[in-house]
Design a protein around this ligand. Structure first.
Ligand code: TRP
Length: 338
């Protein structure tokens, strides 16, 4: 008997502070697209339990969770159309994660490159939570029987692990209960690079704030950072191939394309032969048009956090209506009394 699963998207972002253009173009904007026209139910989560696998100051965590929620809403996630909630407010995630801790093998977890990178040399001193991170992530996804998961390239291995956990669970208990989830990996064009070094990913942890556009930047900050963005002395080429070896030029073209819902080819066609002195002011205008309303709306929402808290409480309630019966069924399968 093969179960059919409703098309359902799940994705999550850690509320660990500092939302950048990379989060917006690489994740949130795509989440909005899937909410609007993917034919999916959409479930989006602030993964605070993942954030605390490394130290978080409690006050900062609370603030960052609300700010991330504001970022989602300001970008177009509609808490009526999507289920939008904070992970720790739906306890079923942790309950399923425990079961998955007993399904996943040490050897699988040890191979995770994110574990190796984040734990560094001193694995003895990393938290157990950091090691178990991917099992909690599998639980996030599978507690909703999600079929599709939009993520960045760096999360591909975790999604393979999620499939392995689902398959092993189904096999161990001889059921067809958890779906084998499809990753929806972002294209290279939505990978946003540093404004100071086109070979590095745009990152909230870069010491230079000029290296990134923050979702909270106002129009002046956006303009200043784009004007100061590193470029080269050549005009824009007449084909994509001409961007080869010009990572900063390629990055700005990709950002323009993503913000204008176009593609790099069309941007090149429009600006071929022009200098950055022409291109950058156009990019400034576009960035302000698309991003300033988001940062304005975020700061408006952050002025009254009780509104955000209400939205999160309602989102958690809706999340639980899906998660609770799936957890109950899982307990039955495993042999837990309830
Ligand atoms: N690990 C993801 C990241 O750092 C965040 C995340 C947690 C997630 N749970 C998830 C993403 C479930 C997709 C699905 O980007």
């Amino acid at each position: 008997m093969t179960q059919t699963f409703i098309p359902r998207v799940f994705s999550g972002i850690q509320p660990s502070g500092g939302l950048t253009l990379g989060n917006y173009l690489g994740a949130i904007k795509r989440f909005v697209d899937m909410q609007e026209n993917g034919g999916f139910e959409t479930v989006y989560c602030m993964v605070d339990l993942h954030a605390i696998t490394v130290w978080q100051n409690p006050e900062d965590l609370r603030r960052n969770t609300r700010e991330l929620c504001a970022g989602f809403i300001a970008s177009g996630i509609d808490p009526e159309k999507s289920i939008l909630f904070n992970q720790s407010q739906v306890p079923e995630h942790v309950q399923l994660a425990w079961i998955f801790n007993c399904v996943a093998r040490m050897g699988w977890m040890k191979r995770m490159t994110q574990w190796k990178d984040k734990a560094g040399k001193n694995t003895e001193n990393a938290s157990l939570g950091l090691f178990g991170y991917p099992a909690l992530m599998a639980a996030d996804i599978l507690i909703y029987h999600a079929t599709h998961v939009p993520v960045g390239d760096d999360q591909k291995q975790h999604l393979e692990l999620t499939r392995d956990i689902a398959a092993k669970f189904n096999n161990d208990f001889d059921v067809d209960f958890f779906p084998i989830t499809e990753p929806v990996i972002e294209g290279a064009a939505t990978r946003v690079m540093s404004l100071r070094d086109g070979s590095k990913k745009m990152s909230k942890s870069d010491p230079s704030d000029l290296s990134r556009l923050n979702m909270t930047d106002d129009a002046d900050a956006l303009a200043k950072k784009i004007r100061k963005a590193k470029t080269d002395a050549e005009p824009l080429p007449d084909s994509i191939e001409g961007l080869e070896g010009r990572p900063e030029a390629r990055n700005l073209v990709n950002i323009y394309a993503a913000l204008s819902d176009s593609n790099a080819e069309a941007v090149i066609t429009e600006f071929s032969g022009h200098q950055f002195g022409t291109f950058k002011p156009r990019l400034v205008d576009l960035a302000i048009e698309k991003l300033a309303p988001i940062s304005n709306e975020m700061s408006r929402l952050m002025q009254d956090t009780s509104e955000i808290d209400k939205i999160l409480a309602r989102g958690a309630e809706r999340g639980r209506t899906i998660a609770a019966p799936i957890l109950a069924k899982t307990y039955d399968i495993v042999g837990m009394l309830r």
